[in-house]
Design a protein around this ligand. Structure first.
Ligand code: PHE
Ligand code: NA
Length: 452
């Protein structure tokens, strides 16, 4: 790999990784999981996992990318061969690329809902509508395969277009415009939420905790969320790491990514819960929090149609910068392995993902609960895809930690990390023992679900 496959600036990896990290995980999943799990205690466990498990694995995954300077699949092949370690570790690359493929297929469908809501809010169609009407309109969206398909196609097409334009003109160029804009929009939404909503109640909910409130299930969800939110174990960070400047500090970059991602999740939480509590609604609404509860709040607030529309633009943009990081690992592999041009490689990846996305699209209507297909298999295809993700993500993280902690030599890692012995030892202890234990714990949670 030559110098043209390196980001233009020393800081671009940080920008790209933050773009990958900040997405539906922060704006949609984090608030609803926090709401379902009672607030502060969930956040405490989540933050702790980010610090002792997320950051060390983030460093490890970036390190694998930067020291191989190849796509995750080719990179793991190169690393195992050059270190003379077992080729079994190459499964890390395959699993990561596979997980990216699966996740993008449904991430795109959900991001598509935000396209629908942007239009719905800006048009004023929801202004003054009651809760029942708004709930019904979400139901109507899900019931329409044509609409879901249209939005899914638009969203995944846009992601593909950016990646097809190359890592410099497409990905870097896109991020340099989108990221600052998204930050500004988030600030606007936050200020609006605090001014018109009940910020005091939101702060109380998010920042006071009683650990007894948190169930075992809640603990495990908090840990799972910390992987999802940092984009770990899916080849995204490894693929971006391959283009990272050799001069940038791994540790400092990883800590910055985790801090920014967490701050953004908290800001989104404050904004959303201020609005939700301000309108006298409950926190524990589940996945419908952003698509039903929040629109209900916007519907009866001053300026709610405009601000709501602006909020959903934020959701689309944040999801887009994450989606492109899911396209890259697979596209880069196709490009390297089969010597394809970038646009062709991207078209194959995105086309395949689009087709797999049909399973999710139909899960909410023709194959939903109560239909024959659902009765046959006991769960919708979307549930199955989510289940696969819940296995692949922690498993990928676990293997990355073990590989970086045990299979790489001390010299390799120290050279890449450019750090002193004390930090190195702390990191090594975390990836060797703490992270694997924690991940195994999260992983075990999914086993009982097999029967479920
Ligand atoms: N981290 C992203 C989010 O929080 C999701 C994601 C996962 C993106 C894995 C890329 C890879 O929404
Ligand atoms: Na995130």
């Amino acid at each position: 790999m030559s110098g043209k496959n390196i980001w233009t600036h020393k800081g671009t990896f940080l920008l790209a990784a933050v773009g990958s990290a900040v997405g539906l995980g922060n704006l949609w999943r984090f608030p609803y999981l926090t709401g379902e799990n009672g607030g502060g205690a969930f956040i405490l466990v989540y933050a702790l996992t980010i610090a002792v498990v997320g950051i060390p694995i983030l460093i490890a995954e970036t390190l694998l990318g930067r020291s191989s300077r190849r796509s995750p699949i080719m990179g793991m092949k190169y690393l195992t061969e050059s270190h003379g370690t077992s080729s079994a570790w190459q499964v890390i690359g395959w699993m990561g690329a596979g997980a990216a493929f699966v996740i993008l297929s449904f991430y795109s469908v959900i991001a598509g809902w935000a396209i629908h809501y942007t239009g719905l809010l800006f048009s004023g169609a929801l202004a003054g509508a009651d809760a029942e009407t708004i709930g019904a309109s979400f139901g109507a969206l899900l019931a329409s395969p044509e609409r879901l398909l249209l939005y899914h196609t638009l969203f995944i097409g846009a992601s593909g277009l950016i990646v097809a334009m190359g890592i410099h003109r497409g990905i870097e160029g896109g991020l340099r415009i989108m990221m600052p804009a998204l930050f500004v929009i988030l600030m606007i939404v936050l200020v609006y939420g605090v001014v018109v909503g009940d910020a005091a109640a939101a702060m109380r909910f998010l920042f006071t905790f009683n650990l007894n409130d948190l169930s075992l299930e809640g603990w495990l969800q908090a840990m799972g969320q910390s992987f999802f939110t940092l984009s770990l174990g899916m080849g995204a960070i490894m693929a971006y790491g391959a283009y990272m400047s050799s001069e940038a500090s791994l540790t400092r970059t990883a800590v910055s990514i985790a801090v920014v991602d967490t701050l953004i999740a908290l800001m989104a939480g404050v904004a959303i819960f201020s609005l939700v509590f301000g309108s006298g609604m409950e926190a524990g609404q589940g996945p419908g929090l952003m698509f039903v509860t929040l629109p209900i709040a916007f519907a009866d607030l001053p300026g709610g149609s405009i601000l709501g529309g602006v909020f959903f633009i934020l959701v689309i943009g944040a999801a887009l910068t994450s989606a492109i990081s899911l396209v890259e690992p697979v596209a880069a592999w196709l490009l390297e392995r089969f010597d394809l041009s970038r646009p062709v490689a991207v078209a194959i990846m995105v086309g395949g993902c689009w087709a797999l996305g049909l399973l999710t699209v139909f899960s909410f209507n023709v194959w939903s609960e109560g239909t024959i297909t659902h009765q046959w298999f006991g769960r919708s295809p979307f549930d199955v895809l989510e289940f696969i993700t819940n296995i692949l993500m922690p498993l990928g993280g676990l293997l990355i930690a073990l590989f970086a902690g045990w299979a790489l030599t001390r010299e390799d890692v120290i050279r890449q990390m450019a750090t002193n012995d004390r930090w190195f030892s702390a990191w090594q202890f975390l990836v060797r023992f703490v992270a694997p234990t924690a991940v195994a714990f999260v992983f075990l949670r999914t086993i009982p679900q097999v029967e479920g």
